[in-house]
Design a protein around this ligand. Structure first.
Ligand code: TXA
Ligand code: MG
Length: 293
């Protein structure tokens, strides 16, 4: 990694395609491997809060959120403090930087060993579901990686929550830490602005399998694969037979991929409650179905 190679890195959320954040050539290789537009900035991953404070300007709200949720599945968008440690290309030229300290022990060990911030977008090719298993990560972008770390299946299965602390605290991407958990620390969250500059990653069609996706389906049509949910669900892809949202989040991307591999006429998804983690699950599902969130 220090020499500019890319590494598939497990995190508690999803697998990332990781590179030295200070090396523009390595960062360019990450964008190329994903087929990601270079106006969509990357998250800098750090081993600890002390490293985060060197690259980003922390205010009292950032300190409180980091204390509450790091290491863990929360990303903070803050004013940039060191534009070299996280290069311009990684930030897509913005004067802000997204930073998170992941909770996965293998990610932490890698970050501590490398000793500098590491960018790691989800390891999928752009617009595809994020990989939550080692095999899926290798299938997506393994060709571009010099090394790959097998950390087993990702415990959370959904990407980190992204909160911007530039003016008001804003929720840019719902995720593994729920809105209510964030609001308990910093008070009410404003929504992401429609302004694309503030939330460049929020493309309407994203996380999409090949088959068309239909949401809120209580009974699938013939030929459709069904992602069911709860005690009434049937078939091989019940996101959670007990109706547990954390279990559904952990299974979501892997089941979307597994269903898609059977080349169904479509993928029908059962209604998922919108409370707690359900907000992030429904956000990803709407994007998989091609609706603007
Ligand atoms: O859970 C995760 O966050 C995973 C794992 C690997 O850590 N990573 C991940 O990265 O989901 P990625 O690149 O797929 O998503 C990063 C999101 C994008 O929506 C991007 O637009 C947003 O963070 N982002 C990054 N920097 C930003 C910035 N300066 N301002 C606003 N949004 C930013
Ligand atoms: Mg992604």
């Amino acid at each position: 990694m220090r020499a500019g190679g890319l590494v598939l890195m497990p995190t508690e959320t999803v697998y990332g395609l990781a590179a030295d954040a200070a090396n523009p050539r390595a960062v360019a290789a990450v964008y190329a491997a994903k087929g990601r537009p270079s106006f969509n900035p990357l998250i800098a991953h750090v081993a600890d809060v002390a490293t985060a404070r060197r690259i980003a300007v922390f205010d009292a709200r950032a300190e409180a959120l980091a204390a509450a949720f790091w290491p863990g599945p929360l990303t903070l968008v803050l004013p940039v403090a060191d534009g070299e440690a996280v290069c311009d290309l990684a930030r897509a030229g913005l004067d802000t930087v997204a930073v998170r300290a992941p909770g996965h022990p293998l990610a932490h060990a890698l970050l501590a060993a490398v000793g500098r911030p590491v960018v790691a977008p989800s390891a999928n090719r752009s617009g595809r579901p994020s990989p939550t298993t080692f095999a899926d990560a290798v299938e997506e972008t393994g060709d571009a990686a010099a090394a790959a770390l097998d950390g087993g299946p990702c415990a959370v299965g959904l990407e980190s929550t992204v909160v911007a602390l530039l003016d008001k605290a804003r929720l840019l991407r719902p995720g593994a830490v729920t809105r209510a958990e964030i609001e308990a620390v910093v008070g009410p969250l404003a929504d992401a602005e429609a302004d694309a500059k503030r939330s460049p990653g929020r493309l309407a069609r994203h996380y999409a399998p090949n088959a068309p996706v239909r949401l809120g389906v209580a009974e699938p049509a013939p030929g459709e694969a069904w992602l069911s949910f709860g005690p009434g669900g049937r078939g091989p892809w019940n996101l959670s037979p007990t109706g547990d949202l954390a279990e559904a989040a952990a299974n979501l991307f892997a089941y979307l991929r597994a269903a898609d591999r059977t080349n169904p006429a479509g993928i029908a998804v059962a209604p998922i409650p919108d409370d707690g983690l359900g907000e992030a699950i429904n956000d990803r599902l709407k994007r998989a179905a091609g609706f603007v969130g």
